[in-house]
Design a protein around this ligand. Structure first.
Ligand SMILES: [Fe+2]
Length: 272
């Protein structure tokens, strides 16, 4: 049986997150004999969105695909990168279900196609709506994209989903909805890794949140004092990223997973 090994890593938060990924991606890839590395980069540019330069750094450090979330729209000058052919995605359910057609005002591609030793692997990025912007339905958007992918593949496609969402209930519900179709549903956005990784009944590997790549001596990778001031006063002070004091403050969180290349089913999922 041919096995595909994938590393999927949580949101990069600022310079500390970039440093953690740049220094640890290579050794991690070797340790897990990973065919592909996918990481969420939506907080890479100082905690808010991406720039062309941060995207290039993430790709140069070894990412095969970079996913994102609500912060992807933060820097208007970054938008053209979503159409540039570089391996970066924004959540597909912004805009409309008819999006990704010529003339659609939002840039971006519906999925990224990667290659793992001759096996096509499709990366999807969708976003939840609970406690977030009420964008288009991620469930129906997944149905549509999956149908389109099925049409261009022979057999069961290997589909990896970054589901960027706040609500644990919505994340679990989404994973059960995709069970047996997606090979992996990995949650992002909260920056706090959950310990519920498992393989669902029909073969989809799942974790509610991958965690983050960033400084652990803060609050979700951001400066603790500013976060405290925001929460205690309810004033939206501009957040800045936490600055690591020691090497131990640098975190790189995610999962390593193995898949049967023929059936697309998950064989294992392990937290990093
Ligand atoms: Fe987010």
């Amino acid at each position: 049986m041919a096995v595909i090994r994938v590393l999927m890593l949580g949101d990069i938060v600022g310079d500390a997150g970039l440093e953690a990924f740049e220094t640890r991606c290579g050794p991690l890839k070797e340790k897990w004999a990973a065919d592909l590395v996918i990481i969420n980069g939506e907080n890479a540019a100082g905690g808010f969105g991406m720039t062309g330069e941060t995207l290039d750094r993430i790709l140069a450090a070894g990412a095969d695909a970079v996913t994102s979330g609500n912060h992807v729209w933060e820097k208007r000058e970054f938008w053209p990168a979503l159409d540039s052919g570089k391996m970066v995605l924004r959540p597909a359910n912004y805009g409309s279900l008819e999006g990704f057609l010529p003339g659609d005002p939002l840039p971006g591609r519906p999925w990224l196609e990667l290659n793992a030793g001759g096996v096509p692997v499709f990366v999807l990025n969708l976003q939840g709506r609970e406690m977030m912007t009420p964008i288009d339905c991620p469930f129906r958007c997944f149905d549509r994209l999956y149908r389109d992918i099925e049409r261009i593949t022979a057999g069961h496609p290997l589909v990896l989903v970054d589901f960027h969402a706040e609500s644990t209930e919505e994340k679990e519900a989404f994973a059960y909805y995709c069970d047996g179709r997606a090979s992996l549903v990995a949650g992002t956005h909260t920056h706090v890794q959950t310990a519920d990784e498992r393989i669902l009944p029909k073969g989809t590997a799942y974790i509610t949140d991958l965690g983050m790549s960033g400084a652990q001596n803060g609050i979700i990778g951001m400066d603790a004092e500013i976060c405290l001031a925001r929460l205690r006063s309810q004033v939206a002070y501009r957040m800045t990223c936490a600055v690591p004091q020691t090497d131990g403050d640098l975190a790189l969180h995610g999962i390593a997973a193995e898949f049967d290349a023929e059936t697309g089913n998950a064989l294992s999922i392990t937290r990093i």
